[in-house]
Design a protein around this ligand. Structure first.
Ligand code: HEC
Ligand code: HEC
Ligand code: HEC
Ligand code: HEC
Length: 394
């Protein structure tokens, strides 16, 4: 996977966890999109979340749950059972570490978990799922004790809840574009008769005196941002737009990103080609772990792993780079051109054609040195260990 893609995913994951923490989220159902950086990655992220990640049907090879399958949350005396299911059509081969997991039939799991929650005394049962509307209907038609299914599959974007048998199904828009609200009313002696018939139709009585009503509200521009979450979003947006620039030019360029478009006639020439005129730099580079980054993968038998290749090689899926993971050839290791950009024109012009050299706060190091992979990264100490003698004054 391309390093920028990983950085991007990482930024978004951190943002989602940080803002859900602030919102006081109770549970998050795991879907295919959440798994794009891998199962291990997600489990690590869960540690920074103040809420559990749910999935009743993502299991390991020994049929053990990887995430919490369900929970019961008591709100004003109402016991709300919540469980999560993901679509079993999920493409496991596209997920880093996908070979270590399996996704079992959501129908069977829905049956099992909803019955179990009922037994544990849940008054209201909510299923969070990435299943499409058809499969949500199927679950409802089987008459399981599920009160509300909140779906969020790619294809269905209706947010008006529909009633199938005794289950409401709502498909919220993806990307956090709406909020749902569940109102709990305690009925007086008149019982449900005291409510208007329209309201009665939309809601549901539980036990003798509780009436539950579920609504969804689209989040319009007019609704103002949360004062603490808005700055988090702004920071991430700025970083993402910087990454977009990098992507539009080349991956590993340093600095503003403008000088580094793959010019006609330019291409990668690999580290040895630089040695002739920059022998000291070359000798020094040979001694850094960058020069052995591919070997590190071979030692772990991960050199054909899409999850690892991008940061341990040069130009993976970049213009002028390579795409076939089995044909790494000269692109092995983090090389001079991982940081300085392709050098053919520079060499042809005997140095007159400039290479990228601007460190710009080390953002380009951070493309690979992300928190998960390089928790100790510090520009000052790391930089002097690689190409530079000291940090350039800025
Ligand atoms: C034929 C000789 C030659 C080769 C081969 C060569 N360079 Fe250079 N390089 C130069 C010269 C000469 C300069 C100094 C230019 C200046 O000071 O104006 C230079 C400067 C640089 C700089 C400083 C920034 C700049 O562009 O002035 C970087 C970075 C650099 N080279 C990287 C590389 C890399 C990476 C390679 C291998 C892909 C490489 N060079 C191969 C001759 C070479
Ligand atoms: C996002 C970029 C990135 C990805 C993806 C990545 N690595 Fe790395 N890896 C790094 C960086 C950066 C370091 C250096 C960490 C440090 O020393 O600060 C590193 C260090 C290593 C090391 C040597 C240090 C150690 O921890 O023993 C090994 C081995 C390694 N990675 C293996 C892997 C494997 C296996 C994968 C795939 C599962 C992988 N890497 C995926 C960036 C990455
Ligand atoms: C990890 C990224 C990275 C790698 C790998 C790397 N460099 Fe650099 N190099 C830099 C940065 C950043 C600077 C600019 C420092 C500055 O602005 O003063 C630099 C500076 C240079 C310069 C300019 C002279 C100087 O010391 O400022 C030359 C020449 C150079 N590198 C050549 C190479 C060659 C040749 C290789 C491979 C053998 C290489 N670099 C590998 C990041 C890298
Ligand atoms: C293309 C991805 C990539 C880029 C860009 C990159 N690195 Fe690395 N870096 C790695 C990987 C991978 C390793 C681990 C290699 C290994 O141990 O096998 C590493 C290791 C290192 C180490 C050794 C850490 C240790 O354990 O001693 C230093 C220092 C370092 N990088 C500094 C930098 C700096 C500074 C920059 C930016 C100027 C940079 N790197 C840019 C991928 C990258």
């Amino acid at each position: 996977m391309k390093p920028e893609k990983i950085t991007e995913g990482n930024l978004l994951a951190d943002l989602i966890v940080a803002s859900y923490n602030k919102m006081g989220c109770d549970a998050l159902n795991i879907g295919a999109y959440d798994l794009s950086l891998g199962v291990d990655y997600l489990r690590k992220k869960e540690k920074s979340a103040k809420f559990p990640f749910l999935s009743a049907n993502i299991l390991d090879k020994h049929d053990k749950n990887i995430f919490l399958p369900s929970l019961i949350k008591t709100v004003d005396g109402v016991k709300v059972g919540i469980f999560g299911l993901c679509d079993d059509a999920i493409k496991l081969d596209k997920i880093p570490g996908g070979n270590k997991i399996k996704v079992v039939d959501p129908m069977d799991k829905a049956e099992e978990i909803s019955a179990q929650l009922k037994k544990e005394g849940a008054d209201y049962i909510v299923l969070l799922t990435t299943l499409n509307i058809l499969n949500c209907r199927r679950i409802a038609q089987r008459g399981m004790p599920i009160d509300l299914i909140i779906g969020s599959s790619k294809k269905n974007r209706i947010s008006l809840p529909i009633l199938v048998q005794d289950t409401y199904i709502a498909h919220v828009e993806r990307g956090g574009k709406s909020v749902g609200q569940l109102d709990v009313s305690f009925l007086g002696s008149a019982g449900v008769e005291a409510l208007s018939s329209a309201l009665r139709y939309k809601g549901k009585t539980v036990g003798d005196n509780i009436f539950l009503l579920n609504h969804f509200f689209p989040l319009k521009i007019a609704i103002s941002d949360h004062p603490e979450i808005a700055p988090l979003v702004k920071t991430v947006e700025a970083k993402l737009s910087r990454l977009q620039q990098v992507k539009a030019t080349r991956s590993m360029t340093m600095g503003g990103g403008s000088a580094a478009v793959l010019k006609p006639g330019n291409s990668y020439v690999f580290a040895e080609a630089c040695a002739q005129c920059h022998p000291k730099k070359y000798q020094r580079w040979l001694q850094t772990p960058h020069a052995a980054a591919y070997k590190a993968l071979i030692e772990q038998e991960k050199n054909f792993d899409e999850e690892c290749i991008g940061c341990h090689t040069l130009g993976y899926e970049q213009p002028g780079g390579f795409t076939d993971i089995r044909q790494v050839g000269n692109y092995a290791n983090v090389q001079c051109e991982s940081c300085h950009g392709p050098g053919r024109l520079h060499i042809a012009a005997k140095g007159a054609e400039k290479m990228v050299k601007d460190l710009a706060k080390g953002e380009m190091c951070l493309v690979c040195h992300i928190e998960e992979r390089s928790p100790e990264f510090d520009l000052e100490t790391y930089f002097v260990k690689t190409c530079g003698a000291a940090l350039p004054e800025k």
